[in-house]
Design a protein around this ligand. Structure first.
Ligand SMILES: [Zn+2]
Length: 126
């Protein structure tokens, strides 16, 4: 049998006890609570690490979306200006192309940040 510290009254209690004999708190949940400090740091590590992974995934998704699916072409109405026929098809819109480039850059930036976050964490974790 192991002794755990009651998180409520800090008395040593058998981990098999259902409730703390000193303060009556339920040990089943207390044991979990008592373990929290150790798990907490690991939880933070996991969360930050997955945040980095999430950023990488999100960045890849964002960059891929803008690279593959972002339509930079716009329908141009056929019109005659000063005797010249202009449009009548789809042309790449410079503004949209800039948007697409920005989207890809944002995606790449997210990937870089995510990779850095993960790397920093791996280094901290030893
Ligand atoms: Zn207690």
């Amino acid at each position: 049998m192991t002794l755990v510290q009651c998180p409520e009254c800090t008395h040593e209690v058998s981990s098999q006890a259902a409730t703390c004999p000193h303060c009556g708190i339920s040990i089943a949940s207390s044991v979990v609570a008592a373990r929290v400090p150790a798990q907490k740091s690991r939880g933070v590590w996991t969360r930050k690490r997955s945040l980095g992974d999430l950023l990488v995934l999100g960045g890849i998704g964002t960059a891929a979306y803008y690279y593959m699916y972002f339509d930079t072409s716009v329908e141009v109405q056929r019109q005659v200006i000063l005797g010249q026929v202009i449009g009548g098809g789809r042309v790449n819109n410079l503004g949209l192309m800039a948007d697409r480039q920005n989207g890809i850059l944002v995606g790449l930036a997210l990937i870089v940040i995510g990779v850095i976050l993960s790397a920093v964490h791996r280094r901290k974790a030893g």
